[in-house]
Design a protein around this ligand. Structure first.
Ligand SMILES: [Zn+2]
Length: 385
């Protein structure tokens, strides 16, 4: 049996070992395919990161397929049942690093674009607006020179996105059961509590920052932030590292450093989190310095043309009533959604991502490509936008 166009492309991409930030030629291959389909392609390289922006059409509305070509490391390759970059298909399942996260989705987007472009000439409902593809090789890494920089580039030339379908693997048990309507925010902090170093036998001459930290941390971790809402779970705070001490058992240390991270919903904006923690620091009369890492703002795409159309098309293609949620870590959606674009994440089953023996059902890739194509077609033929 020969591979479908989507499976064949997914296998070609998996064979390129594009561990972040090395794109390993994935975007070059994709650019050639899209050029043949009438897209204008731009390679936007920032630092060590390759990004691709490919657009067909120059009018609005603009529908964008977004994703990444980079993958996480394989871990011990000898422990995989199939070599991680061989792209073997066994019993209808494609194995390989990136098969599910997210070269399968990228292949599905590209073949969807090719079909959308191919029948444009004679299709009864001629597409209005433009289709684009945004890919980065830095989603799994620091995410500094990837989608963020591409969005800055688009913003600088007033190129604005109306609809964005991000192909992250959102499905849980079966293709079509879950789409992501948004993501929680992520706010990190490194708090340094200052004391005065001294001998443990002379505590009156010292000021122990560990002792000062303890009651403060007890209150910090028991703070209630919000109750969550229908789309977001309650905001949580977790301490990840605490460091103090010289190693000697007879020295009171000079300072204590605490790292913590909040995953938060829009119900509690980052500014309110910061000010509540600042008040707690003051209430405990601590001498501190704090460095915030405001790495992702929360976002949510409510019901609208994109969510409604995707929901309908998933049902038509898979027979499943998709559930929308905001679970999981951060995604590159955080860089695209603030531009005002309607953004939804939808892709294959995520059970094996980042794990040994990562895999995706080959037949799901064809369904996915069909869903992507139909959603774009409907949104670009509805003229009430
Ligand atoms: Zn991913």
């Amino acid at each position: 049996m020969t591979d479908s166009a989507t499976l064949a492309l997914a296998r070609e991409l998996v064979r390129r070992p594009s561990v972040t930030p090395d794109d390993a030629g994935c975007q070059q291959l994709i650019a050639e395919r899209l050029q043949a389909a009438g897209f204008i392609t731009e390679h936007l390289r920032f630092g060590a990161v390759d990004n691709l922006w490919a657009r067909r059409g120059d009018t609005g509305p603009l529908f964008v397929f977004a994703g990444h070509t980079d993958v996480v490391p394989t871990g011990e390759a000898s422990r995989w049942s199939q070599a991680p970059f061989d792209a073997n298909v066994v019993n209808g399942v494609l194995y390989g690093r990136g098969a599910a996260d997210m070269k399968g989705s990228v292949a599905a987007m590209i073949t969807a674009c090719e079909r959308l472009a191919a029948d444009e000439g004679d299709h009864a409902e001629r597409l209005q607006g433009s289709i684009a593809v945004l890919l980065t090789s830095d989603e799994e890494g620091p995410a500094r020179d990837g989608t963020r920089r591409v969005m800055e580039t688009l913003d600088a030339r007033d190129e604005s996105i109306d609809y964005c379908l991000l192909g992250e693997p959102s499905s849980t048990d079966v293709l079509g059961d879950v789409m992501r309507l948004g993501r929680r925010g992520s706010l990190g902090a490194r708090l340094t509590i200052k004391g005065r170093q001294g001998h443990v036998a002379y505590p009156h001459l010292a000021d122990n920052p560990v002792h000062r930290a303890a009651p403060f941390l007890a209150e910090l971790v028991s703070m209630e932030w919000d109750q969550g809402d229908e789309h977001f779970p309650p905001t949580t705070l977790q301490v990840s590292n605490i460091a103090a001490g010289t190693g000697a058992t007879n020295v009171i240390p000079a300072e204590c450093t605490v790292d913590f991270n909040l995953r938060y919903s829009p119900a509690t904006p980052a500014e309110r989190i910061k000010s509540r923690i600042q008040s707690l620091i003051e209430a405990h009369a601590l001498h501190t310095s704090i460095a915030w890492n405001d790495s992702a703002r929360p976002f949510l795409t409510g019901n609208g043309a994109l969510v409604d159309t995707l929901q309908t098309v998933i049902h038509e293609v898979t027979g499943i009533q998709v559930e929308g949620n905001t679970a999981g870590g951060t995604s590159d959606g955080r860089f695209i959604a603030p531009s005002g674009a309607q953004l939804v994440e939808f892709g294959p089953i995520n059970a094996s991502i980042h794990a040994l023996d990562e895999h995706v059902n080959a037949s799901d890739l064809d369904l996915l490509s069909s869903i992507y194509e139909t959603v774009a077609r409907r949104l670009l033929t509805q003229q009430d936008t």
